[in-house]
Ligand binder design. Structure first.
Ligand code: HEC
Length: 137
């Protein structure tokens, strides 16, 4: 039987690993949460004005009756598209569907509004939105 201090190093390594794993998880879920904030926020993405997201584990957004049905239902969109495709949809859907009414959140190309100096969302906000969309499966 070894002295108890022999096992101490394994305990410490285990604790450290456990902490870093749960830290990574909270960071990821934090980004996903921030992505949904952008999606729901009326002054940011406001995506649910046109789309419906049936996501039972989030009660931050408007109730389903108050969500839109102008665009496709996004409840399972993470199983239809990968990260690159979703980034293209959100950044500039016109590159996929030239006649679309969906706003190009990450592009000012061909935007002639006089006071539109910045894209609707930043690259970072778009990345967060895409991370959130990828969880919708
Ligand atoms: C003004 C309404 C409108 C808003 C606001 C809007 N979309 Fe869309 N979106 C559409 C429409 C309409 C389509 C279908 C493409 C088409 O044929 O025009 C679409 C398509 C999509 C698709 C592809 C879905 C599929 O199943 O093919 C994704 C993903 C998407 N939108 C995400 C978003 C996100 C994320 C936001 C917010 C950042 C958003 N949309 C905001 C109207 C909108």
């Amino acid at each position: 039987m070894r002295h108890w201090t022999f096992y101490l190093k394994y305990l410490l390594v285990g604790l450290l690993l456990n902490c870093s794993i749960s830290h990574a998880q909270t960071m990821d879920s934090d980004r996903v949460g921030r992505g949904f904030e952008v999606i729901y926020n009326r002054n940011l993405g406001n995506c649910v004005t046109c789309h419906r997201i049936d996501k039972p584990d989030s009660n931050r957004g408007p109730t389903l009756e108050k969500q839109g049905n102008f665009g496709p239902d996004l409840s399972k969109v993470g199983s239809r598209y990968n990260q690159a495709q979703l980034t293209q949809w959100v950044s500039d859907a016109r590159k996929i569907q030239p006649q679309t009414f969906m706003p190009p959140y990450g592009s000012l190309e061909d935007i002639t509004l006089p006071n539109q100096a910045n894209t609707l969302l930043t690259q970072e906000q778009i990345a967060l939105v895409v991370e959130a969309l990828l969880t919708l499966k």
